[in-house]
Design a protein. Structure first.
Length: 162
């Protein structure tokens, strides 16, 4: 779904472009679960390959860093990357390449951009209460039955002094 035939651009003059529409439903990009992916991308014939640019909207399935529940995390991906043509010399600044069968695979680029767009600690809600450290109850959905004032057993002797 994220691979496109770019053979019309192989012999095309510089500046010739192709619009690639992306409408994908739920799928897994190696280690990321994507609920949807949509947008359009322009593939433009350049001197040293094919320049890909565009904007994609997506929602990833992530696990909350506090309560461990799954939730949808919306992201916007801005694509701007040069794909080298097959048979050309490997340049240090061209990470991505068009396959030998003239297929442009956007999955590695989209996966990389999605990982870069993720927060260090994803939260389902900024007000997420998380899990009780003692009984493991999800404080967002149930009331914890633990004591409010738990005392560390190593410090219990100090409580008797007060």
């Amino acid at each position: 779904m994220l691979s496109f035939d770019v053979s019309p651009l192989l012999k095309a003059p510089l500046g010739k472009s192709l619009t690639l529409s992306i409408e994908a439903g739920r799928q897994v990009l190696e280690d990321l679960e994507v609920e949807y992916l949509h947008g359009s991308v322009q593939a433009v014939r350049a001197e040293k390959g094919i320049f890909v640019g565009g904007t994609l909207e997506s929602r990833l399935r992530l696990e909350c860093g506090r309560c461990l529940d799954d939730f949808g995390f919306p992201i916007t991906l801005e694509l701007e990357e040069m794909f080298r043509m097959p048979g050309t010399d490997v340049r240090p600044d061209a990470i991505y390449a068009v396959d030998e069968d003239l297929t442009l695979d956007l999955e590695p680029l989209i996966r990389e951009l999605a990982w870069l767009a993720l927060p260090m600690r994803p939260l389902c809600d900024p007000e997420c209460k998380g899990l009780c450290p003692h009984c493991g109850a999800n404080r967002n959905t149930e009331v914890c039955q633990c004591e409010e004032m738990r005392v560390d057993p190593r410090l219990a002797v100090l409580k008797e002094l007060l």
